[in-house]
Design a protein around this ligand. Sequence first.
Ligand code: TRP
Length: 333
Amino acid sequence: MLKSKTIAGYLTAIFLVIGILSGCTSKTDENPNNNYGQKKIGIIQLVEHPSLNTIRESFINQLEEKGIKDGENIAIDYQNAQGDQTNIKTISNKFVNNKYDLIVAIATPTAQSAVGATDEIPVLFSACTDPLSAGLVSDMEKPGRNVTGTSDAVSAEKIMELALRITPDIKKIGALYNSSEANSISVINNLKQYAQENGMEVIEATVTNTSEVQQVTQSLVGKVDALFSPIDNTIATALPVVSQVANKAKVPFYVGADSMVKDGGLATYGINYSVLGKETADMAVQILNGENPGDIPVKIMTDMDIYVNQKTASEIGVEIPSDVLEEAVEIFE
Ligand code: TRP
């Protein structure tokens, strides 16, 4: 009797130990103490505009939600390139030379630079509209190499369908964008195809930097029934300038992102950038815990919503149909 009790006792003890050990192993994999030692994350953001700021803030918040905090268990070096190509290069090289553990690149031009600067340090891109045509990855499902990220791909077709619900008489559409942004070119190609299939004409006007925006917009408004800008960083940075010119000429201005509506564009059918920042952070956690970026599929945001600007509508004398207003997730006043 006594003996079998002892054996049972031993067995229980052994199982307990095994249980604890195996529990420990799986927990170590998930990094239960969130102890990232001396790990360093470099964040490179292209330029200061509301959408990119939202992404960065939501990324950092979500890391904190997951117990990863700058100055506590990780070091985050945030750098803004102020839209300057030379700065972009200098910052990405600095991150690589300092052997950071993860580079987070917000927007396409910075991602292209980071990807070009290293094939060893994991690069996590954020909000890149078309990672394939930008040359960031060659396969969305299996990116390979040291690169993965999130995409904010939108549909020019869906935005135009919304445009026609609000202002049905569009025949000539003015496309305003920076021709060196791969993220814009891809959406403009989509727009051209839509226009061709639907008997509309696209009139293009491109800029190379924010200082040209006012003049180029001015040259375009007299020739078109509506303006369209994709998710273009240059136009987004100068959005108030464009909307001022467009509103004065009473031309509806359709855009690619919610922040561009908030800043004065008339409407969009777009994604939520707080969610995108959060998703990017979840991928960062995977990479910090040892997963290979090249094995993590690029994440495309699929939830799209209508955003409209009521103030712009009344300034240009357009009445937004009530069914559109009802569907909108956000109406800026
Ligand atoms: N999608 C853009 C890129 O690929 C970056 C971006 C995110 C953006 N949100 C935006 C650009 C809002 C303009 C407006 O570079």
